[in-house]
Design a protein around this ligand. Structure first.
Ligand SMILES: Cc1cc2nc3c(=O)[nH]c(=O)nc-3n(C[C@H](O)[C@H](O)[C@H](O)COP(=O)(O)OP(=O)(O)OC[C@H]3O[C@@H](n4cnc5c(N)ncnc54)[C@H](O)[C@@H]3O)c2cc1C
Length: 321
């Protein structure tokens, strides 16, 4: 039986593990306490926020087929918010022209269900990997060693994958990922009619009332996302100064005063979205038993991550026959 280690329990890692465990022994290593990666949901007091991915679209047939049972069970549902564009002192209604999906009751619920039957080591950060006698051994931050593994598949963001596996650094050098600040604000009441807003000409790019998404409810919970290039320029700024700039922008674009919030928490995503992708579905070095995949291979985003993992799984499963 092939013995495979997978780094990361986001959509790419969880899907790979689910598929490969049909024909291989699989262990997943995840540095967080739960599965979901950037499809995450955070609770703060009585408020709930999807502070990573807000929704996803599905265009490829393979992705639509994969989603079908989750759509049937209601774990994935369509989302059609009252949507507007804000910016330059103007606002106007807008519409989406294709289905937008969310997991219910939070974005993380989908990946948590996918990962539930899988052997995942949570709270386990892999900080180095060692190749010995044609096998891989993984060292975690608690000085535990895991292995031997015939193959390691990394779904960590490109820069983190390159740091762990220096032989992949050259092919990954062209991949560029950008940051995003997510500011989570909990209010007594919602003072605007819109449920989500695309924001232009502002440090803010997106606003969503999380409680209005399907199956959520609870008190008004606003997710504020910064623009990626703005976050990149302010990556090392103190959080007070980031919040103060975002507060001014929020007041200017939406007339919302964050000092009225009962709950406030800022999260910095260092590797949120993909500005330049790898341009192919995955990286594979069969001779050294190493592969990498994820959203940064194919256009970023949830569907890109799925397709990257799907194509790597298809290729590897052929070789396992
Ligand atoms: C703020 C924000 C907004 C977004 N909005 C959207 C959107 O609206 N629509 C959309 O389609 N996409 C959106 N995205 C992108 C989407 O979330 C990602 O494309 C997708 O979730 C990536 O999944 P993944 O499995 O490839 O990577 P990840 O979800 O990042 O999974 C990688 C996992 O690896 C783990 N890991 C990393 N290093 C190690 C290590 N050394 N040891 C152990 N574990 C490790 C991480 O903890 C993580 O769980 C957004 C992302 C962010 C952050």
């Amino acid at each position: 039986m092939h013995n495979i280690a997978i780094l990361g329990a986001g959509i790419a890692g969880s899907y790979l593990a689910k598929r490969l465990s049909e024909k291989a022994g699989v262990q997943v290593f995840e540095k967080s306490r739960g599965a979901s990666g950037r499809l995450s949901t955070r609770r703060g007091e009585e408020f709930t926020f999807d502070h990573g991915a807000q929704y996803f679209t599905a265009r490829a047939e393979q992705f639509l087929l994969f989603l079908a049972p989750y759509l049937k069970s209601g774990l994935i549902q369509g989302w059609s918010p009252k949507l507007i564009t804000l910016g330059n002192g103007r606002s106007y209604k807008r519409q989406w022209f294709e289905p937008h999906f969310v997991a219910v009751p939070g974005m993380s619920a989908w990946i948590k269900e996918m990962a539930a039957p899988l052997p995942v080591h949570f709270d386990c950060t892999i900080h180095s990997a060692e190749r010995r006698d044609a096998k891989w051994f993984l060292h975690d931050s608690r000085e535990q060693i895991h292995g031997p593994f015939e193959m390691v598949l990394s779904t960590a963001p490109a820069a983190q994958t390159a740091a762990l596996f220096p032989t992949l650094a050259a092919p990954l050098a062209g991949v560029r990922m950008q940051a995003c600040y997510a500011w989570m604000l909990g209010f007594e009441q919602r003072t605007v009619a819109w449920e989500a807003a695309v924001v232009q000409n502002s440090p803010i790019s997106w606003l969503a009332w999380n409680d209005t998404k399907p199956g959520r409810g609870g008190p008004p919970a606003l997710v504020v996302h910064s623009r990626n290039d703005w976050a990149q320029d302010h990556l090392e700024d103190p959080s007070e100064s980031v919040q103060s700039e975002l507060a001014q922008a929020l007041s200017e674009c939406a007339g919302i005063d964050p000092s009225q919030a009962r709950f406030s928490q800022l999260h910095r995503w260092r590797y949120a979205s993909t500005a330049t992708d790898l341009g192919k579905p995955y990286l594979l070095d069969l001779a050294s038993g190493l592969a990498a995949c994820g959203d940064w291979c194919l256009q970023g985003r949830v569907e890109g991550s799925f397709l990257s993992a799907y194509q790597l799984a298809e290729f590897l499963l052929q070789g396992f026959d």
